[in-house]
Write a protein that binds this ligand. Sequence first.
Ligand SMILES: [Zn+2]
Length: 164
Amino acid sequence: MNNDKELAINIANNINGHLGTNAETKKIPVGISNRHIHLSQFDLEILFGEGYQMSKLKDLKQPGQFAANETVCIAGPKGSIVLKEKAIIAKRHIHMAPEDAQIFNVTNGQKVCVAISGERKGILGEVVVRVNPNYSLEFHVDTDEANGMGLSSKDTVEISTLIL
Ligand SMILES: [Zn+2]
């Protein structure tokens, strides 16, 4: 057995030991978003002008966050795209309040793996934990990834004790 594999198994066992019964049974609701972008007020004013406020298209589950009507065009060295549905995902992540973080024994910024059940079950790595008292427990993933894993917004996922 190579060292990397041994290390991975050790870490998995370690985490297994740390996760309590609550963590093993606690389900995380899934939130699926189209391509979107997080903009600070500073960025917003560069793009739209001083004092600009975005207009609300719909509220999102995370308190105080909403999808806006505005679209932005992103230009790269080889082309540009227009982001139509806008608001929040850079990298798949889990929102949780500090109490949930305690149950899962994770900290803000930590990366975890998420176990997905169902027909296309699997484990997704590189899921960033975002802890904030205003957050409600939700796993955010974009449309492409959700489709790939057969996930819908009615599904729940769990934090995996297996590490990729
Ligand atoms: Zn999010």
